[in-house]
Write a protein that binds this ligand. Structure first.
Ligand code: UDP
Length: 310
């Protein structure tokens, strides 16, 4: 039985990963300060004798004797990470430093949840891991983008200096159950708006694009990377790309909604075109996202329908 630490374990991705790793017979510790995470996401785990929840911040040093560390802790939706940008930056940078120190002390393998945001408003399309990115270091997204870029730098320096076993996953837009009602990202916003026949809020003219990956596919990719002998970085996501306006129309149709489109100002530095090139992860890890957008959106809509009833 492996002992596995998930920082940010009560969050959207962390809670799915915790459930999957418990089901596979591991001992799982979730560390979370519940800033955007929610204990309700861990309901299927809390009764398991091989599960432990610790309420703490990754900004402060911590110690657990573990075999693997998934470092997921950080607010990830633009409204949440922009609410307290200094805290977001500290979470990324002090968070990875503390995770790296733990990996150094215990010899644990470490996987970092990095992000497509390291590419910024990419000038390369689709984005490959070799692209260095186009990030505004002074803008409203920088607390997240630069925090995650700095974390990648620290990981590579710890590997070179201290020979630790660490891996970098660059996670592209992911969606599914356990997203917050007030998450603010496009998939959850559009589903919630469509379910209640409220206006669908399109930022800008909706010609910007994103590519959406269902949570179970992403979790599979994270585990494949942790089990591999590779360091990465690896893009993990689904290359199924939509213009935001087309995505809004698709959600309205799929959910039989009467919602209308409204156009709101585009936030600054909003990336124009985002689509992962996942050929590296396919070839080296056997990563192969399978859940269709239709299937994934239906499952997510069911989740939000239940949540709104509660
Ligand atoms: N977006 C939108 N309406 C919303 C929320 C987001 O049009 O209610 C747009 C946003 O401007 C961006 C895209 O959808 O172009 C994806 O935004 P999200 O916040 O989901 O994540 P991002 O990929 O920008 O981090």
């Amino acid at each position: 039985m492996k002992k596995i630490l998930i920082t940010g374990g009560a969050g959207f991705i962390g809670s799915h990963l915790a459930k999957r790793l418990l089901d596979e017979g591991n001992f799982v510790i979730c560390l979370d300060n519940l800033y955007t995470g929610d204990l309700k996401n861990l309901t299927p785990c809390l009764e398991n004798k091989n599960f432990k929840f610790v309420e703490a911040s990754v900004i402060d040093p911590y110690f657990f004797e573990v075999d693997e560390i998934y470092n997921l802790a950080c607010p990830a939706s633009p409204p949440h990470y922009q609410k307290d940008p200094i805290f977001t930056f500290k979470t990324s940078v002090f968070g990875i430093l503390n995770a790296l120190e733990l990996a150094k002390k215990t010899g644990a393998k470490l996987l970092q949840a990095s992000t497509s945001e390291v590419y910024g408003d990419a000038k390369e399309y689709p984005q490959k891991e070799s692209y260095f990115g186009n990030v505004n270091p002074n803008g409203i997204r920088a607390c997240y983008d630069e925090g995650k870029r700095a974390a990648e730098t620290l990981i590579c320096d710890y590997i070179r200096k201290h020979d630790i076993n660490a891996k970098i996953a660059r996670i592209f837009n992911t969606y599914g159950p356990n997203m917050r009602l007030d998450d603010g990202r496009v998939v959850s916003n559009f589903i919630i708006q469509a379910l209640s026949n409220n206006d669908i809020t399109i930022y800008g003219d909706g010609t910007q694009s994103r590519s959406f990956c269902y949570i179970s596919d992403l979790v599979e990719g994270l585990i494949l990377l942790m089990q591999s002998n590779y360091q990465g970085p690896f893009n993990l996501g689904n290359p199924d790309e939509f213009k935001i306006i087309d995505f809004a129309k698709y959600v309205i149709e799929l959910l039989n909604s009467n919602s209308k489109l409204v156009f709101l100002p585009l936030p600054s530095d909003d990336p124009t075109k985002r689509k992962p090139d996942i050929s590296f992860a396919k070839e080296k890890l056997g990563f192969n996202p399978r859940v269709t957008i239709q299937e994934g959106l239906k499952k997510t809509a069911e989740y939000f329908t239940e949540l709104q009833k509660a």
